[in-house]
Ligand binder design. Structure first.
Ligand SMILES: CC(C)(COP(=O)(O)OP(=O)(O)OC[C@H]1O[C@@H](n2cnc3c(N)ncnc32)[C@H](O)[C@@H]1OP(=O)(O)O)[C@@H](O)C(=O)NCCC(=O)NCCS
Length: 235
């Protein structure tokens, strides 16, 4: 039997178009007429002077810098301002630092604490800048310096940069925390609403301490370091 389709044109393949659901069509129509959303507003750079509540007007509190006894690791220590008599103690403390401690503290290597530098660092005007030490009395009666926390006012006198260093075998006892709190207290009585600091990006303990005190951390572009702003009022 002859094929009745013989000679006939090949059947056109039926193109099956997927039908759009009413929801899809409405969506496309809306998209065609939708007004493009405006580009995101530029984010204002972080301003620590606006970010934290202002401190009350300056009112020097003489007790803030009085020596006080504090227990660390079950042992009595004295937290007090550094003074000219501490020059040799500071040099001896510096000579105990490992290279890693110096890198974390200064951000670069310093090989020597010269007497001139030590004299400057212990002889700061404590009514302007603040330099505190934590000392322990050795069996021979000598005071051994185990930690320093300081802040240095900037040229405007409105903000200050803080830095800390604690002897390697005295870490994790809360010494830095006590020094930071003491500095924040003095800064507040002097009318500052925050302290700033520069911290190496890999310095987890220091960043952790600042964050626990309400610190705001932002990376410094092009450097392996962070800028931190810590409010002088407890968060
Ligand atoms: C950073 C430094 C000052 C901290 O001193 P410290 O006296 O040991 O600090 P504290 O004991 O007050 O607090 C340490 C805290 O860090 C935490 N910590 C320790 N190692 C940590 C880590 N790897 N990651 C996160 N947190 C860590 C501890 O648990 C502790 O928290 P806690 O109080 O809740 O227990 C000290 O490690 C130091 O001298 N480092 C070298 C110099 C330096 O980094 N200076 C900072 C430049 S601004």
């Amino acid at each position: 039997m002859a094929n009745k389709n013989q000679g006939a044109e090949p059947r056109r393949q039926r193109v099956v178009r997927k039908r759009r659901s009413p929801h899809q069509s409405a969506h496309r129509a809306r998209a065609r007429h939708a007004v493009k959303p405006p580009p995101p507003a530029p984010v204002a750079p972080f301003n620590p002077f606006l970010a934290f509540p202002p401190a009350p007007p300056p009112q020097e509190d003489p007790r803030a810098l009085e020596p006080r006894e504090v227990m660390f690791g079950g042992q009595p220590h004295v937290l007090r301002p550094l003074g000219p008599a501490d020059e040799a103690r500071l040099i001896s403390f510096f000579n105990s630092h490992t290279g890693e401690t110096i890198r974390q503290r200064y951000g670069y290597q310093i090989s020597e604490m010269t007497p001139e530098r030590a004299r400057r660092l212990v002889g700061v005007d404590q009514l302007r800048d603040v330099a505190l030490g934590v000392f322990e009395r050795a069996p021979d009666g000598e005071q051994v310096l185990h930690a320093v926390g300081r802040y240095l006012l900037d040229a405007t006198g409105k903000s200050a940069e803080a830095a800390f260093v604690v002897r390697e075998n005295k870490r994790g006892l809360g010494i830095c925390t006590a020094l930071l709190r003491a500095l924040l207290q003095v800064a507040r009585t002097r009318g500052m609403s925050f302290l700033g600091a520069q911290v190496q990006a890999d310095n987890a303990p220091m960043l952790g301490i600042f964050r626990r005190h309400g610190g705001r951390v932002k990376p410094i572009p092009g450097a392996d370091a962070m800028e931190v702003f810590v409010p002088t009022a407890p968060p």
